[in-house]
Design a protein around this ligand. Sequence first.
Ligand SMILES: *Cc1c(COP(=O)(O)O)cnc(C)c1O
Length: 224
Amino acid sequence: MGVKENITILRKEIPDTVKIVAVSKAMPVSLMMEAYNAGQRAFGENKVQEILSKVPQMPEDTEWHLIGHLQTNKVKSIVPVVHLIHSVDSLKLLAEINKESAKLNRVTNCLLQIRIAREETKFGLSRDEAKTLLASGQYREMKNVRIKGLMGMATFTEDECQIKSEFLDLFNFYNALKIALFKHDPAFSERSMGMSGDYKIALETGSTMVRIGSIIFGERNYNQ
Ligand SMILES: *Cc1c(COP(=O)(O)O)cnc(C)c1O
């Protein structure tokens, strides 16, 4: 089946209120254009360089989502093109995004990446670290970033109960933050969770944004 059919099937399964981010890392622009022509606008990549090289090859209304780890020294180049950064994992990174966005007179949308997987993972904030980051209140002074919610990745496992419980952890943590700190901030509204293997579970546990690659584009040739 082609990209267009894959997207059509997914759209039937996923409520309109949940955004589909088509994860196009390691995929050629020709396949992305098939998705674009099927109406897909949001594309997710995990490398800044890959976004920058694809931007001139895709239509202007393509929405670029950075879902992979972001290094401080790459912030300057991604800020002008990115729609949403899913992977903010430190106050230092947030401050850098704010600084570079201010230079361009932009406000950059960000999610805090939270480590919910019980397996060892390199990136993301623990819930305590996220609380500390927010408790400092410094983010409130950063007028050129907008914290739109949280992103999380479940453990890579067949155990659906475990995946469900990890996604519920993210959902509960989101609700706690919403009540404690973002009650009067309608922008704080997103839970980016769910990939090809676990998006159905994510939909049951309050996801507002799924990041789906292989179901749309087929298997990637190398692991990313
Ligand atoms: C690669 C990737 C995805 C998509 O993975 P699939 O299993 O191909 O759907 C989603 N989120 C992140 C952060 C990724 O790196």
